[in-house]
Structures are given as C-alpha cells and as structure tokens.
Design a protein around this ligand. Structure first.
Ligand SMILES: [Mg+2]
Length: 343
C-alpha cells in the first residue's frame, strides 16, 4: 500500500477522501480504451473500431443506511436499486442496456421478499428495456446489501461529462427538487398524524423515475456542456460539476423548482422547503449546463418530452464555490448534501 493513514479511521477521511485513497493506490496509467475512469457518473470505455462507447456504473444500497423496512417495501427496493443506476446512465446522455445484480441477504429472509424485490426490479427493467444478465448471491450476516452494475451505451460524440461547464453557461435542472427528501421525512415520522395527499412525495422517495429521455436528447443535441444526476443534493452534486470544470456557480433561490406539496408539507411541519430542495438528495433528476444563447432550444427540446419540466436555476461563474442568491443577498452554500462515512 502506498497511501497510509496511521490511527485514522475511514470516517476521518469522508467519502471524497476514501475515493482519493483508492485512486492513490491504483496505477494512474489507464489503458487507452478507458476514456473516463473514476470521477464521473459512469466510466466510459471505447475500443478502436467500436461504433459506440460503453458506459458502466455501479451502486450499492445497504439496509440501515439507504433503506429500512419502514422506508422501502421489497418491491420499491427492487425498483429503486435499479433506478439509481439508470440515473447515472441518463446523466451521461446514454441508453441503459444490461444489468448485473448482486445480493447479500440473511438466510432467514422470507422467499416473498426476494419475489417482491424482483417484481419491482422487473417492472422498471421492462419499462426501460434493460436485460438482467448475471450477478451474485451471498449470505449476509446482518443486513441486506444490493449492488447493481449497469451497462449502457452512447455514441462517443454524444457523451456528456461533468467537466464541460463554461463560465457564463446557464444552469438547468429537471423536475421539482426536494420531494424525495420530504417523502423520506414522512416515512421516518409515521408517529406524527398521518398526512393525506402527500403520496407523490413518498413515491418520489420510493420509486424515482430518472428522466432518461431528457438525458439522451440533451446528449444527442449537443446542447448540454456538462451534466450530473442529483443523488446527494444539488449543492453537493453541482460542486462536482464545478470541481471538474474549474468553475463556480451562482444559484437563484427563487428559481429552484419545488412542488406545491413540498411547500405545503414544509409549512405544516415547520421545515425549510428550500433546504430539502438544495440538500435533501435522492431526487435522481438531471442538472446540466448549456450556453445562454441556447435557452430557447433547451425549452423547445425538453417541452417535446412529456412529464419532464426543466427550470433555469442559475449561472456558471468564474469565482470559486457554490453561491445562492436570495432576497437577503448572496451566501456561500456548504456542500450540505448526504455525506457517506461521516459520523
Ligand atoms: Mg451520479
């Protein structure tokens, strides 16, 4: 091992530190067919002679961290475990094709759990044209662990990376933000009077549907300069675009799209809807940048895709950091999103 950290534990490092440690311990010489390795939503692979590039992503969901039996039914878990991977393919502008499913599970788990899990998985796989082509099953002593690896493809000239943002670009986002975090709040606070009419918030947490068609259309049109999916909260995910592009960003608080339901619930339970929208995470919407000259083209292109509104929420700037403009002025946003390995 090259990198050592005597007496340190992984929670001193944080997720970004752990990724750095892993990168520091692998050969930095990538073979020529790896067009993009660690550091984007998918790895991008291309051999000479291939028409299309291969996109590869993998995501793990662990019981007690990403879900409990209170927050996700087995069926919703099957859907969501696949959806979070589809979201990464969408963020590159690609088309998902083939999935590999690895499950670690306690032996005393009821068979119906796995049947329901597969029903949820299959529903989304059929909707999106994904074939399950392999995987692994292992015994887990304590909690369920689901890892999905998803392969997709894209023409090389249509792949959208995190690193392409340019100063002056508009910042765009699909869908309303914060619904999934509000849904999780409802699921975790069932002792409160059960509020009716908030099913869409719970559904946003349990069964996200990544805007694949928008991601693909943006890639094909060449309009998006940089793109990422919103998994950890927009403040943190926008940070990744800025880091990779060597820019900062200025968000307009009044432009962040939020659903009426989110705002109504936030008022009822005295939470900040904007906090949920900026930091909640798990929206699995797309955040992208495009030339300000292409505003009309973006609106025209995305309006043809039903059910996916887009909103212009800010600008890519030269100055470092992620900034939020509110009626009170400009404040620097902490990353604030979900951070793995932090106690
Ligand atoms: Mg991602």
């Amino acid at each position: 091992m090259k990198a050592t950290a005597n007496n340190k534990t992984l929670d001193d490092f944080g997720e970004a530190g752990i990724i750095q440690l892993i990168q520091g311990n692998v050969s930095q010489k990538l073979p020529p067919y790896v067009k993009k390795g660690i550091g984007d939503d998918c790895a991008v692979l291309a051999e000479a002679g291939w028409d299309k590039t291969l996109l590869v992503t993998t995501d793990t969901m662990i019981e007690g961290i990403h879900f409990t039996d209170q927050t996700l039914s087995p069926e919703a878990l099957g859907w969501k475990a696949l959806a979070v991977n589809i979201s990464d393919i969408a963020a590159m502008g690609g088309t998902p094709r083939t999935a590999f499913l690895s499950i670690g599970i306690k032996p005393e788990t009821e068979v119906s759990f796995l049947e329901s899990f597969m029903a949820g998985f299959n529903t989304l796989a059929e909707k999106t044209g994904i074939a399950l082509a392999g995987g692994d099953t292992v015994e887990s002593p304590t909690s369920a662990i689901i890892t999905i690896t998803l392969l997709g493809d894209c023409l090389p000239e249509h792949v959208v990376y995190r690193s392409g943002a340019r100063v002056g670009d508009d910042l765009w986002v699909t869908g309303p933000l914060g619904d999934a975090a509000a849904g999780l709040f409802l699921l975790q606070n069932k002792q409160a009077p059960p509020p009716s009419g908030y099913e869409s918030l719970v559904r946003a947490h349990q069964e996200p549907m990544p805007p694949l068609d928008v991601g693909k259309a943006l890639g094909e049109s060449g309009l998006a300069h940089a793109m990422i999916d919103i998994s950890d909260g927009i403040a943190k995910d926008l940070g990744h675009i800025c880091e990779q592009s060597g820019t900062g960003a200025l968000l307009q608080a009044t432009s962040i799209p939020m659903s009426d339901k989110l705002q109504r619930l936030a008022a009822e339970v005295e939470k900040s809807p904007l906090d949920w929208a900026l930091h909640g995470g798990e929206d699995y919407e797309l955040l992208f940048t495009a030339s300000s000259a292409d505003e009309e083209k973006i609106v025209t292109l995305t309006s043809k895709i039903s059910g996916t509104p887009v909103a212009k929420i800010g600008t890519i700037i030269h100055e470092d950091g992620i900034w939020l403009e509110t009626e009170k002025g400009k404040e620097r946003l902490g990353s604030g999103g979900y951070v793995h390995f932090s106690s």
